[in-house]
Design a protein around this ligand. Structure first.
Ligand code: NZQ
Ligand code: ZN
Length: 393
């Protein structure tokens, strides 16, 4: 193994206030970074739940000035980034605060960076522009899914070009995140299920990696997080206000993707780049697309060389008998994954069920591999991705 593959940097500089009733600290934490705050939020869930009022109380109660950008859509649009950056420049904003799910927090991150960019904000995604400066970002998380509350990345859509692109920079990492599991009691069954599928996918993307790109300790940690989702997502679906279920899902969402478990990974992710092309065109919920794609991808990359890893997953996550034949155990692991996503979580199991046909498969496949090769767990060319997408129909 290349010596360089053994090196990594651990640095996750987000301060987390976890648990109910922590918003009393919000104003004081914001004050450390300035006095003018832009509050970003989505379609109104924070107003319906009462969270909006509690945020305003904490911010204004600390003598800070509050500005707002609401209406940020799921699969957030570049227009919202442009609008937010404009407000930040005009109002001399000191801190950007995203209160919502991944879409709102991602948008807040790019607003914070685009504020210091003279060109079009879309360049941050399409040309990978990283601004020298970035406003500090805070988050108040309302949904367990993306991990945006504790990572430095984000994903933004451009409906004009039908692109959905990811990007990020260290400056976008939230300085402080407030994680209150009770704020997720109002998340719908569909979003709870899709968010759980997203968390699992983040773990699969870093667990199914070539030899040497993980380590024993991290493997067991990831399997523990997978088991946590498998144990608690069904509980949260049945009892939306079950604190134990919501707290386990929320903290797992953060740790699945905050850079700790995937520290040694060198290869690309596989299902995420494919799914982003699907939601770019069809504007579907990210976790829904992932749930449909993941088992097809697993079957596609399953062969004699990958079977031992799938077996390891099945034994340690689903409790399969270690004495099982390797290929049989690998196949069983994939079908148990399907059962969990489609039967237990109730997520639709095919594109046709959600109105997606084969009309855009070639273009989605081409873009997912950047016209070349997606160097994931197994390298995937356009042809391979087309086959995976067709299996989803
Ligand atoms: O807009 P509001 O009214 O807030 O409603 C939202 C939205 O309709 C609702 N919701 C959120 N919290 C709620 C709630 N409804 C009731 N009660 C609550 N407490 O749920 C809907 C979906 O919200 P959204 O933020 O879109 O969901 P999610 O957290 O799954 O974020 C998805 C976005 O994040 C990107 C995805 O591609 C997608 O654009 N991702 C970001 C990542 C990152 N930053 O690291 C990684 C991920 O892999 C992912 O790609
Ligand atoms: Zn994801």
């Amino acid at each position: 193994m290349d010596e360089k593959n053994r090196q990594f940097v651990y640095y996750i500089p987000t301060k987390v206030y976890f648990g109910p009733d922590r918003l009393g600290h919000l104003g004081a934490e914001l004050k450390k970074w300035g006095s003018r705050v832009l509050l970003c939020y989505g379609g109104g869930s924070i107003k319906r739940s009462g969270l909006y009022g509690r945020i305003v109380e904490s911010v204004k109660g600390s003598g800070l000035e509050l500005f707002e950008l609401g209406g940020i859509a799921p699969n957030p649009r570049i227009d919202s980034v442009r609008e937010g950056a404009e407000i930040c420049r005009r109002e001399k904003i000191d801190v950007v605060l995203g209160a919502g799910g991944g879409s709102v927090i991602d948008c807040a991150k790019f607003i914070a960076s685009a504020t210091f960019y003279d060109g079009d904000a879309w360049d941050l995604l399409s040309k990978h522009v990283v601004t020298e400066k970035c406003l500090p970002v805070f988050s108040v998380l309302t949904m367990a899914a993306t991990g945006s509350e504790m990572d430095a990345g984000g994903v933004i859509s451009n409906p004009e070009t039908k692109d959905k692109l990811g990007g990020g920079a260290p400056g976008m990492q939230p300085k402080v995140s407030f994680l209150d599991p009770t704020a997720t009691y109002t998340v719908s069954q569909k979003q709870t299920a899709c968010g759980s599928a997203d968390i699992l996918s983040h773990l699969y993307e870093i667990y199914f990696v070539p030899e040497g790109e993980s380590m024993y300790m991290l493997d067991r940690f990831m399997e523990g997080m997978m088991r946590t989702v498998i144990k608690y997502a069904p509980v949260a679906l049945k009892e939306p206000d079950n604190y134990e279920a919501r707290e386990n899902l929320m903290w797992t969402s953060s740790w699945a993707i905050n850079g700790f478990a995937g520290a040694k990974q060198q290869c690309d992710w596989s299902c995420h780049p494919i799914e982003h092309e699907v939601s770019a065109i069809y504007d579907i919920t990210h976790g829904l697309g992932l749930a449909i794609i993941t088992p097809r991808w697993m079957r596609y990359v399953l062969d004699e060389t990958t079977a031992p890893r799938f077996k390891e997953y099945g034994v340690n996550v689903f409790g399969l008998d270690p004495a099982m034949d390797t290929m049989a155990a690998a196949e069983k692991s994939i079908s148990l994954t399907e059962d969990f996503l489609f039967d237990t979580l109730g997520i639709p199991s095919s594109f046709s069920e959600i109105g997606i046909g084969d009309e855009n498969i070639p273009v989605m496949a081409e873009k997912a591999c950047g016209g070349d090769v997606l160097y994931g767990y197994r390298p995937l060319k356009k042809d391979d991705i087309e086959k995976i997408l067709r299996a989803c129909l």
